[in-house]
Unconditional design. Sequence first.
Length: 363
Amino acid sequence: MVGFYDILQIKKHIKAMQFSPKFTITLSIANALTSIEHTRGFLEAAILSEDWMAKMQARALILEAHHTTHIEGTHLSLDQSEKLLSGKKLSRVDVENVRELLNYKKAFDFVSDYLVSQKPITEALIREIHKKLVDDVRGNNAQPRQYRNVQNYVANSKTKEIIYTPPTAYEVPFLMAQLLAWIQNEQIIPAVLVSGIAQFQLVHIHPFLDGNGRTTRLLSTLCLYKFGYDFKKLFTISEYYDRNRANYYKAIQSVKDKNMDMTVWLEYFSKALETQMHEIQLKGTHAMKLAIMIAKYKLSKRQKQILQQLLETNEDFTIQQYESFYPSINRRTLQRDLSDLVEKKLIYQIGEKKVTHYRINLD
C-alpha cells in the first residue's frame, strides 16, 4: 500500500524530471522518413480532383473509425461501419459498438475544427478528446475527461493477456504535464517521430480508465496534422495496426522490454506510416491516370462512375453488381459499356463467362 510519505516522494521525484524519450534513428527509420517525405511532396504537387479527394477523405475516415474501434474489441463489420457513419440505422448490432464508432467521428470532427484555431495541444484538449470518445459508452464507466485514480493495465483485446502495467495513478498528472510540455516545445526531433513518441508515451501513461488506445491513436494523428503532415487527410494508420494486432502489441511491449528505449516501436510506427503513404501515392497516381483516360476516350458518365468505384474500392465486380447501380438500364447496354472498357484495356476480365469478374487496369 502506498503511504502519504511515499506519495510525496513520488511527486518530488517526478517534478524533478523532464520527459526525454530514448531512441536511435536506425537505417530503417531513416529510410521510412525519406519515403514519407517523398509522398508528402507528391501529394503537395499532385493535381487531384476535388471530387476524388472528398471521396477518399470520407473513405479514410470510415476506415480509421472502423479499425481504431475494432482494435479495442468492437465487432462491427466494415460494411456496417460504413452504413452507420453515413447515417443509416442498423438492427441487430451492439448499441455500445455503434456508440463507440460514432463517438470516434465526433472526436475526429472536433480535432479537425480545433486545428483551424491554431491552438497548442494541451492536457485540456486530450481530456476533451477522451470525453468525446467514451461519452455515454458503458454507462460512462470510463469517467470522461477524468484521469484514473486506480491502477489499470494494458491488455490484448482478443486474448485479454496483460501486456504491461502502466505507472501508478499518483504519477499520471505529472507524467501528462511533462508529455504535453514536451510536445509543445520539441523542435529538433522529426515531426513524424514526435507523433510516434507521443502515441507510445500516452499508451505508457494510460491516463484514463478506458478509451486510452483510441485517444492515443487520435493524438498521434493530431500531432501529424498539427506539424504539417496531414497528407490531405487520406491516411488511416489504425488500418495497418489492425491488420496484424500481434505485431502492434509486440512493438508496444518492446519499449518496456528494452528499458524504455523506443527504437523498435518507432521502427514499427514509421514503417506503418510509410506503408500507408505508399498506398496513398499509388491511389493518387492511378486517380490522375484515370482522369487522363476518361478525357482521352470520352467515356460515358456510367463508365466514369464504375471506374472511379473500382479505383476507390480496389475490388473486382460483376455485371450483376453493375446492374444494381443502374437498375433502369437494360443489361445489353451495360454489357456494351463493359466491353468498350475491356477493348480500351481500362478493365480486364477474370473467370469464365457465367462467373466473369472485372478488374480495373491502370498499370
